[in-house]
Design a protein around this ligand. Structure first.
Ligand code: HEC
Length: 180
């Protein structure tokens, strides 16, 4: 490094240190549109579910075109995760953990599929397609009827088979003999 260049760099560093207490003037506030694009969490109560709706019949088409290659017909599994079946198996010697048998909230299935699937192109589905494919998946085990249409109102009302199968950390570890 030339002496002149070294002096310039040193001056810049000293200048930087002197103004370290000020805001660094890096970046810019995210725009509302940018925040909206990543603000897609859906809690168990479904309170932030988007507009739109989808039927089991529409979902069967979405599933065949976008999901079946990895999850097999009707989500039976292979090469990737099994999504259906196994309901009631969790307390047996051969528990089969699937979306249908294990997941406590249908709203979480919506959140997960919208956020992460299809695996090669996450967040490429429309909200209508996500509602539809979730309806289809849940229909395979009769969790919703074959003529179901799911939307922001009806999806949170769906009761998953394992809804009561979880206990909270507090329930589990609260001292049983505690007296007050
Ligand atoms: C290219 C393969 C591929 C495609 C296509 C695909 N998935 Fe998946 N899927 C996966 C993999 C791999 C996982 C496991 C991801 C992990 O555990 O991190 C997964 C996991 C899931 C899960 C969670 C399963 C569980 O019990 O944890 C759901 C639900 C799901 N996929 C639904 C779908 C739906 C609906 C579609 C179509 C819209 C789809 N997937 C398309 C590969 C795929």
């Amino acid at each position: 490094m030339s002496t002149l260049r070294a002096l310039v760099v040193a001056a810049a560093l000293i200048g930087g240190a002197a103004s370290a207490a000020e805001t660094p003037h890096l970046g810019r506030p995210a725009t509302p549109a940018e925040i909206q694009a990543v603000d897609i969490s859906v809690p168990p109560d479904g309170s932030t579910l988007p507009k739109g709706s989808g039927t089991v019949a529409q979902g069967a088409v979405v599933f065949a075109q976008q999901c079946q290659v990895c999850h097999n017909a009707a989500g039976a599994g292979g090469p990737n995760d099994r999504l259906t079946g196994g309901v009631g198996s969790l307390t047996t010697d051969k528990p089969i953990k699937t979306v249908a048998s294990f997941w406590p909230y249908a709203t979480t299935v919506f959140d997960y599929v919208r956020r992460a699937m299809p695996w090669p192109a996450p967040q490429s589905l429309s909200n209508d397609d996500v509602y539809a494919v979730v309806a289809y998946l849940l229909s395979v085990d009769g969790i919703v009827p074959a003529n179901a249409r799911l939307d922001a109102k009806t999806l949170p009302l769906v009761k998953m088979p394992n809804r009561e199968g979880f206990q909270s950390w507090a329930d589990r570890y609260r001292p049983k003999t505690a007296s007050r």
